[in-house]
Ligand binder design. Structure first.
Ligand code: HEC
Length: 102
């Protein structure tokens, strides 16, 4: 039993570290990157001020993991070569502004 609870603790610690890494991003930097690299194409396709795509009724993203994957996907499409912390900043910005996943 001790062993099980020890590894559970280690898992919880690892998980907390990852979660903190995620929360430590900078949404205002994400907003800047978004204006620079992301908004124009979304506006071209969905109109509005660029947020339409994130708040439309049939938006596709349902989880924070999905959001991360989509940001990485769009980043690869445009070959903008964003670094991992910039991706995090974007994900946090989009989540705080639009998606509001827990
Ligand atoms: C060349 C055009 C283009 C660029 C540039 C682009 N995207 Fe997208 N993005 C799209 C299209 C098209 C969709 C919709 C795909 C769909 O509905 O199947 C989309 C969808 C998304 C979604 C999901 C919206 C939903 O339905 O919930 C997110 C999140 C997203 N993009 C993030 C980004 C981020 C972050 C960047 C900048 C790094 C970016 N995109 C750059 C074309 C682009």
């Amino acid at each position: 039993m001790r062993k099980v609870s020890a590894s559970t603790t280690i898992f919880a610690l690892l998980f907390t570290t990852v979660a903190h890494g995620f929360l430590l991003g900078d949404p205002s930097n994400g907003k800047l990157i978004h204006q620079e690299k992301c908004a124009a194409c979304h506006i071209g396709k969905f109109g509005g001020d660029g947020s339409e795509i994130y708040v439309r009724d049939n938006r596709r993203i349902k989880t924070v993991e999905g959001l991360m994957a989509q940001v990485e996907f769009c980043d690869r499409q445009i070959k903008s070569g964003l670094k991992e912390d910039q991706i995090n900043d974007l994900v946090i910005y989009l989540n705080e502004s639009y998606y509001k996943f827990e």
